[in-house]
Design a binder for this molecule. Structure first.
Ligand SMILES: [Ca+2]
Ligand SMILES: [Ca+2]
Length: 240
């Protein structure tokens, strides 16, 4: 009996030790992620203002959407950084009426526009990352609850669930910034039946939604867009 109790106690100590190690690792990782490269995910956007070499798309003049004015994308090291500038007036009212702001990052990692999602104009993206920019209480959140899907055999297949560390974001006023961790993305994709890792060149776009009272998602904006609807994806190359 005494032996069993000792074994149980040892198992508990081991479990607690593992738990602590994981927490410590996560803590260290988060701090590192927020300071690596020229962009810090901190809700301060001075780093974007002085950044050279970011790709951008502005809301087209006759766009059917008004929520988003501009997005910027910058890829460096292990990270793809996204910046979103919402319409000031729009955002002032948005969180008074909404708790969340569902969004998607779409990625065409194989450079082919004949594979992946085919329902929109010149898209062909193979992956979709889904998250909320809202915190569930009418303000900006950290967008760290993302899910990764791959387009396989005409369906979206989940490769990575929530809280994987794939994305992390911060917002302030009418602006939001986030990253996608390419190393986590590529690790998840390795296990797929059709691995398509994110190399130094890829295409991307963003989508934004509002949740209706019935729980349905309605389009707030799609970026890039063109005057008659969806625009071609941004073509991104990692900075050296
Ligand atoms: Ca920043
Ligand atoms: Ca494709």
């Amino acid at each position: 009996m005494k032996k069993i109790a000792l074994l149980l106690a040892a198992a508990m100590v081991f479990t607690l030790a593992c738990d602590k190690t994981n927490k410590d690792n996560n803590k260290g990782k988060e701090e590192e992620e927020q300071t690596e490269g020229p962009i810090s995910i901190d809700g301060n956007f001075d780093d974007w203002a002085s950044l050279k070499g970011a790709y951008s798309a502005k809301n087209s003049t006759d766009s059917q959407w008004e929520a988003v004015r501009e997005i910027r994308v910058y890829a460096y090291g292990d990270y793809v950084y996204y910046y979103v500038r919402f319409d000031k007036e729009y955002m002032k009212e948005y969180f008074e009426e909404n708790d969340v702001l569902p969004a998607r990052v779409n990625l065409n990692t194989d450079g082919e526009f004949t594979s992946g999602y085919q329902n929109y104009f010149t898209q062909g993206y193979d992956f979709m990352i889904e998250f909320s920019l809202g915190n569930g209480a009418g303000g900006w959140g950290t967008a760290d609850n993302s899910t990764l899907y791959q387009r396989l055999n005409g369906d979206w297949t989940e490769l990575l669930g929530e809280n994987s560390g794939l994305t992390f974001g911060a917002g302030s006023g009418n602006e939001f910034e986030l990253f996608v961790d390419r190393s986590i993305f590529n690790k998840a994709v390795e296990k797929s039946t059709e691995p398509m890792p994110m190399g130094d060149n890829f295409q991307t776009s963003m989508r934004f939604y509002e949740t209706t009272t019935t729980g349905k998602w309605e389009e707030l904006s799609n970026m890039p867009n063109s005057n008659d609807g969806y625009g071609p994806l941004l073509d991104i190359t990692f900075a050296k």
